[in-house]
Design a protein around this ligand. Structure first.
Ligand code: GLN
Length: 487
């Protein structure tokens, strides 16, 4: 194995034993990036100078015999939606093309405190709106398993970079599936934590009641390590929950005996992709063989999830994106005659098509006379979906479903058909609407050798159970060890 192919925990062991230096590892990663990045297009920016500074600091600590944490000296990639002090943060949008935050988001600050090395900022759909990373204002990102396909989205840069070994692990964000769906498309692990588990301070807001930050990693152990680093209360985010964070590494238990697993009828519908259905059903069979109790359950409001999501997320987005008016941040269009023209021209030039579509939809569902019919109704359905899950989690410990209805689709296939694009998140959206945590892990391959993701959902703040179930699957299968042909 080469250095860039290793996991966080493997690298940590080598660093502690002084078999490699963080500098050597960082060099190996940039070498890898130079080798494959032209084909993949995962990064919007590389921060080489700062990375080597950080690596040097860690190497000096190790040389002095200081104890180092799990992430020290480990090169990571960061989705470009997270504010990085003094480093451009574009959110995939032309309107923020030259925006340089004067502060670090809380998760970024925590990674720095842990001495992680940041390699650069990763591509994404503009303002995290999309499922394919084709909505980036700058470039497309290609799936390392098949360069003619999308890596998923909106954290497509993060998932592709991890899969192509262009970083050891990455952070993404998930509002309706944007960590889990790209993780599934690229054959890596991705977790959306419980709403409130991870601070959103310094995360550029899309839909504030749904957004969460989470890890995208090569295996489940790395997911636990990153969760340890980023979880916990933050006075700067009033929705972060003041509750103890367990040591997630203690949840890495290879045993599911007696664990009750729910299989919801509504997620296994007619017309679903045959390869996805086969892989997920085989996974369920394996859990049964390992002693878990499989139980059919029902989540009856599932069919309304996509409609509900697209009312709530557009409503929140239209409000959150009102701040990009040319006054405080990023782009200001030139040649305007008055203030109104400055606003309209800036927004006209700075936002892409999908973002404009969402602002228009969101403004509409919030407007007088329509609010009750759309936004209020959607909020009520959201409550019903929460009770669906509460009822289900009275009978089972976790719920297993596919992460996405199909493996990665082709670049260009859905750009002209937003509704088809929206349907790619049909299995991930309910998790955000109800605030529960979920993880996607690799569970098989399609006939075209594309990765397939298994999604495990759990109770609020029960990430530990998800890690345990995921870890058991991983320890007894080898899907996560397969590398894309680009390697
Ligand atoms: N694909 C969904 C959307 O376009 C989810 C995006 C996300 O989770 N950020 O809104």
């Amino acid at each position: 194995m080469e250095l860039h192919q290793l996991t966080i925990h493997e690298l940590h062991a080598l660093l502690v034993k002084r078999e490699v230096t963080s500098r050597e590892v960082t060099e190996a990663l940039y070498r890898r990036i130079r080798e494959v990045e032209e084909k993949i297009g995962a990064y919007l920016m590389l921060t080489e100078e700062k990375a080597f500074e950080q690596a040097g600091q860690v190497d000096r600590k190790i040389a002095r015999g200081e104890r180092i944490g799990d992430l020290a000296g480990v090169p990571l990639g960061i989705k470009d939606i997270l504010c990085t002090k003094g480093i451009r943060t574009t959110c995939g949008s032309r309107i923020l093309e030259n925006y340089v935050p004067f502060y670090d988001g809380t998760v970024v600050r925590r990674l720095r405190q842990e001495d992680a090395v940041m390699l650069g900022k990763l591509n994404m759909d503009e303002f995290a709106m999309g499922s394919s990373t084709e909505n980036s204002g700058f470039q497309i990102t290609r799936n390392p398993w098949d360069l003619s396909r999308i890596p998923g989205g909106s954290s497509g840069g993060s998932a592709a970079a991890v899969a192509a070994d262009e970083c050891i692990a990455a952070l993404g964000t998930d509002t309706g599936g944007s960590i889990r769906q790209p993780a599934a498309c690229c054959g890596v692990v991705g977790m959306k934590p419980t709403y409130g588990r991870v601070s959103r301070y310094g995360l550029v807001a899309f839909a504030s009641s749904l957004d969460q930050i989470g890890p995208i990693t090569k295996d489940v152990e790395d997911c636990a390590i990153l969760m340890n680093a980023i979880s916990g209360y933050d006075p700067y985010d009033s929705t972060s929950v003041n509750m103890d964070v367990p040591n997630y590494k203690e949840s890495l238990i290879n045993d599911v005996k007696g664990i009750r697993i729910g299989i919801p009828d509504e997620y296994f519908i007619e017309g679903m992709d045959a390869d996805v259905e086969r892989a997920v059903k085989e996974a369920i069979g394996l859990f049964e063989r390992w002693g878990a109790k499989i139980k059919r359950i029902s989540l009856p409001h599932t069919p309304y999830a996509v409609a509900t999501y697209y009312i709530i997320c557009t409503a929140e987005a239209s409000s959150n994106l009102a701040r990009y008016d040319g006054v405080k941040y990023g782009l200001r269009s030139k040649g305007f005659r008055d203030l109104m023209e400055m606003y309209t021209q800036t927004r006209e030039k700075g936002f892409g098509k999908e973002v404009k579509r969402r602002i228009i939809l969101g403004t509409y569902v919030l407007s007088a006379g329509y609010y009750e019919a759309y936004y209020r109704k959607a909020s009520q359905v959201r409550t019903l979906m929460r009770s669906d899950f509460e009822e289900a989690f009275g009978q089972v410990d976790v719920i297993l479903v596919p992460t996405a209805p199909t493996p990665a689709f082709r670049i260009g296939e859905k750009v002209e058909d937003p509704l088809q694009m929206y349907l790619s998140d049909i299995h991930t959206i309910p998790v955000n609407l109800t605030g529960i945590p979920a993880i996607s892990i690799p569970c098989g391959f399609s006939r075209e050798n594309l990765p397939i993701g298994l999604q495990i959902m759990g109770r609020h703040f029960d990430e530990g159970m998800l890690l345990r179930v995921a870890y058991t699957f991983e320890q007894n299968t080898d899907f996560h060890l397969k590398k894309p042909p680009i390697a």
